[in-house]
Design a protein around this ligand. Structure first.
Ligand SMILES: Cc1ncc(COP(=O)(O)O)c(C=O)c1O
Length: 183
């Protein structure tokens, strides 16, 4: 459905990654979500500004490989029983839904661009509570040792194109205009 849009964008979304770059697991060790690339974080903030669907100030961004992973991380973080290993023996986050911290749940939102952009890791959570963000990050660390750098780099480029083009409405290149064209 969206392939024709991205074909039209052509080289704008091309990325080149030299083999020696991005070898560390860490993106920014000073950041709470240490595997989140700084450029990707900047583009996420920018996109929310462009769309106007969230205030990102004073919120923590936690990036995930998929929304499923982020929901599991949130369930783990909001569960009162988080002393246990984040991953149970069957690979799933274990927690009783009835006991989760509902106040922090309200301040934890998962955003997904889903498969309408040509890459994974186009999912992230905006989290108000630092402790919840820290636990979500821990969950993803245990689960997949962070999020693929390659896909974050691609997502960064793609989000940039979406934000850049959102202002060029008449040129027919706005992603949002294109999306509204579907009946
Ligand atoms: C590599 C990869 N991991 C995980 C997912 C699952 O993502 P979600 O949980 O948002 O459906 C996808 C979906 O496209 C994917 O491509």
């Amino acid at each position: 459905m969206y392939e024709s849009y991205w074909q039209k964008m052509g080289e704008e979304t091309t990325i080149v990654i030299p083999g020696w770059q991005f070898m560390s697991y860490f993106s920014d060790a000073t950041r709470l979500c240490w595997f989140l690339e700084n450029d990707f974080a900047n583009q996420i903030v920018r996109l929310h500004d462009v769309v106007g669907n969230a205030v990102t100030e004073n919120l923590h961004i936690v990036v995930g490989t998929g929304s499923t992973q982020l929901y599991q991380a949130a369930l783990y973080a909001l569960s009162p029983d988080t002393d246990a290993d984040p991953i149970s023996s069957n690979g799933h986050a274990g927690c009783a839904l009835g006991n989760i911290n509902r106040k922090s749940l309200k301040c934890t939102t998962v955003y997904l661009f889903s498969n309408c952009i040509p890459c994974t890791s186009s999912r992230w959570a905006l989290v108000k509570d630092e402790d919840v963000a820290r636990k979500m990050t821990k969950y993803i660390e245990f689960n997949t040792i962070g999020v693929s750098k390659d896909s974050q780099l691609k997502a960064t480029k793609v989000l940039k194109v979406v934000s850049d083009n959102s202002r060029r409405r008449n040129a027919g290149s706005s992603f949002f205009e294109f999306s509204r064209g579907f009946k």
